[in-house]
Design a protein around this ligand. Structure first.
Ligand SMILES: [Zn+2]
Length: 91
């Protein structure tokens, strides 16, 4: 499973609306490999280096979110999204 041994920074793939695809933090090389080989990952996805503070889990800052006993919805923090795609596209 990807993400094992990640430090405080990781790579995520996100849609332009900020939804993180598969709610997963990846190694940078794994993200590149997935983008290059997976037919389900669109070329419009954002590839971003993030820390937990850059992510929301079910609307809460990821560092403050309870342990994931069920599937969480990860989104980029609005400020991170705005930086990535420009202020006009941010919610
Ligand atoms: Zn990996």
């Amino acid at each position: 499973m990807c993400g094992i041994g990640l430090g405080p920074a990781a790579t995520v793939l996100a849609r332009p609306d900020g939804k993180v695809v598969t709610n997963a933090a990846l190694h940078a090389r794994c993200a590149d490999l997935a983008l290059a080989t997976c037919p389900g990952l669109s070329a419009v996805l954002l590839r971003l280096a993030v820390t937990p503070d850059d992510l929301l889990a079910d609307g809460r800052p990821l560092p403050d979110a309870p342990p994931a006993l069920t599937w969480q919805t990860w989104r980029l923090h609005p400020q991170v999204l705005a930086t990535a795609v420009g202020d006009a596209a941010a919610p």
